[in-house]
Design a protein around this ligand. Structure first.
Ligand code: ADE
Length: 361
């Protein structure tokens, strides 16, 4: 049965495979560095968003040596807007480690891959199988869903025993695929991903079972349970947060930016001074913040918007004010023309904040 299952999906994948800039147009041989970059970007992020970022990133850092030699702000600037910035720092550190420890060649052994920063079991398995055609499983949320449905198992998708079962089963299946010939381990694993993304859709969408290459083998389809497997996870708690973004403008019309700390939300990115708080800040707190950052009163409110992150809902208010006269450099920040702000590495939230206020201020 496993051989039939894998053969059916591999045949489907050869036909229906989605075109992506990191996928070669023929065969399965691909640049391991490009795969590393794309897998890092694809963690927690939709393929459609990665499509924009990947080619620009590759143009700027075309190989592992180029990335290893870059400085961190340049890497973050290319990542700006994609979110989960720790991925970018990890990728950068991984490139350095590959140059230092692996002579600038991306390793193919999953155990070696897992010694690299940011590479866990999933990414190691994806790299080893998709790039190097090794019979290694790579289980993410999509694969859990597909395999639970295929076997008709209504288990908690986040529970450890479910994940243990899924990894074990995925391992058996990728070995069955691999036995059928060269390229099949790769096509099976990537085919599972495409099946999960285009056919075996997660709730609230309905799975498109009629179009599925595994429909005759799928227990959930036979039992008509595909739409309720996997059972919903407990909703993640979403924290409410307030952010006041301060656009401090100097005499030349430049804005003040500063770099965020190395920890927490948007670590290492640049931003106009931003006050974050669990409650709306008082006027007094805002004014003190503005003065500390080198602004003068009064503050003008320019607008408010809601911005959603995975675990936070932000209510953002944008203020502007004039800079206090000061000679020379700013103590903590840097002045930049609004037009060059895009090159600094800003979060999506701060990009939106800058759009609120038309230039000229
Ligand atoms: N998500 C993560 N890696 C992927 C890949 N190689 N193809 C499609 N979706 C993915």
């Amino acid at each position: 049965v496993d051989a039939r299952t894998t053969a059916a999906l591999v045949a489907w994948f050869a036909r229906a495979r989605r075109a992506m800039p990191w996928r070669p147009s023929v065969g399965w041989a691909r640049d391991p560095y490009a795969a590393l970059v794309s897998e890092a970007m694809l963690q927690q992020t939709q393929v459609s968003r990665v499509m924009d970022y990947f080619p620009r990133f590759m143009a700027r850092f075309p190989d592992v040596r180029a990335l290893a030699a870059a400085d961190e702000p340049a890497v973050l600037a290319q990542w700006a807007g994609l979110g989960y910035y720790r991925r970018a720092r990890h990728l950068h550190a991984a490139a350095k480690a590959i140059v230092e420890r692996f002579d600038a060649r991306v390793p193919y052994d999953p155990a070696d891959l897992r010694t690299l920063p940011g590479i866990g079991r999933y990414t190691a398995g994806a790299m080893a199988s998709i790039v190097f055609d090794r019979p290694e499983p790579a289980v993410d949320g999509n694969v859990v869903r597909v395999l639970l449905r295929l076997h008709g198992k209504d288990l908690d998708p986040a529970a450890k025993p479910t994940l243990d079962w899924t990894w074990a089963r995925a391992g058996e299946l990728v070995r069955a695929a691999s036995a059928a010939g060269e390229g099949h381990a790769s096509a099976w694993n990537e085919g599972l991903m495409d099946l999960g993304a285009t056919i075996c859709l997660p709730a609230p969408a309905q799975p498109r079972c009629e179009a599925c290459p595994l429909k005759d083998l799928c227990i959930a389809r036979r039992e008509n349970t595909a739409a309720r497997i996997p059972r919903p996870k407990a909703a993640a708690r979403v924290k409410k947060l307030y952010a006041a973004v301060l656009l401090i403008t100097d005499r030349q019309g430049r804005l003040l930016f500063e770099r965020r700390g190395d920890q927490g939300l948007w670590a290492g990115l640049n931003q106009p001074p931003t006050l974050e708080s669990p409650e709306p800040p008082s006027d007094e707190a805002l004014q003190t913040f503005a003065r500390v950052k080198g602004g003068t009163l009064p503050l003008h409110a320019c607008g408010t918007f809601e911005h959603a992150l995975t675990h936070r809902r932000l209510s953002v208010t944008v203020y502007r004010c004039a800079a206090a006269p000061c000679r020379g450099k700013h103590r903590t920040g840097q002045w930049h023309a609004r037009e060059t702000a895009a090159t600094l590495g800003l979060s999506s939230m701060h990009r939106r904040a800058l759009e609120i206020e038309p230039s000229g201020g």
